[in-house]
Design a protein around this ligand. Sequence first.
Ligand SMILES: [Zn+2]
Ligand SMILES: [Zn+2]
Length: 255
Amino acid sequence: MDQPAPTAPVTVTFAGSGDAFGSGGRYQACIHVRPAGEPPFLLDCGTTSLTALKAAGLDPGEIGTVFVSHLHGDHFGGLPFLVLDGQFTGRTRPLTVAGPPGTAARLHQAMETLFPGSAGADRRFAVEVTELVPGGRTAVNGVEVASYEVVHPSGAPPLALRLTVGGQVIAYTGDTAWTDALPAAAAGAGLLIAEAYYFSKVIPYHLSFADLAKHRSELACRRVVLTHMSADMLAREDQPGFLTAWDGCVIDLPD
Ligand SMILES: [Zn+2]
Ligand SMILES: [Zn+2]
């Protein structure tokens, strides 16, 4: 008889739960995931993320991996700051960035644009980039990751991600219009982290709360937590059957 997969608690902290434009005074996407006894990793690292981590009392130097959903500034623009913070604080732990095809080139460009000469600087830790194949699955530093191409033009294939660690499954929509990739990514997850940009207004290439409510029965996950909310959505963030994130909010798996 098969043994059930071992499970271990995982703590999810929203260091940043905001949209690109600071709605509600929130930091951009930066979700910190700590599996018990393992180094934490991030889901997205928007431009404000180094500040967001420090505001939440989370040590940026501990982070082993950053999973990136797509290559917009509010989801990956914090990486140059995270790398340079490590350089100036004597970090030795390697940092892996796992993102869509094109991540290595875009990270190089971002570093050279923001801090010329920084991309090739000597530092005491390696920055390794793993490019995730849309529709594929792989393991990155002990985290199983499955990638699903979604609908959100950003200069490279945008991804929804499904991560399995410690026997817990966390799915993340990233930014996207509704797509059948989302039920696939969310199936069996303990937690789906879902963009809810506007309450019902149709914004191209983004999810509204109305989209999620309409399709909730197709999302075979235990809980859905709303994030990446505009002012319009923040005014109506309390919705029965859904959790809502805020900066500093902690969700434990299993609950
Ligand atoms: Zn985006
Ligand atoms: Zn975004």
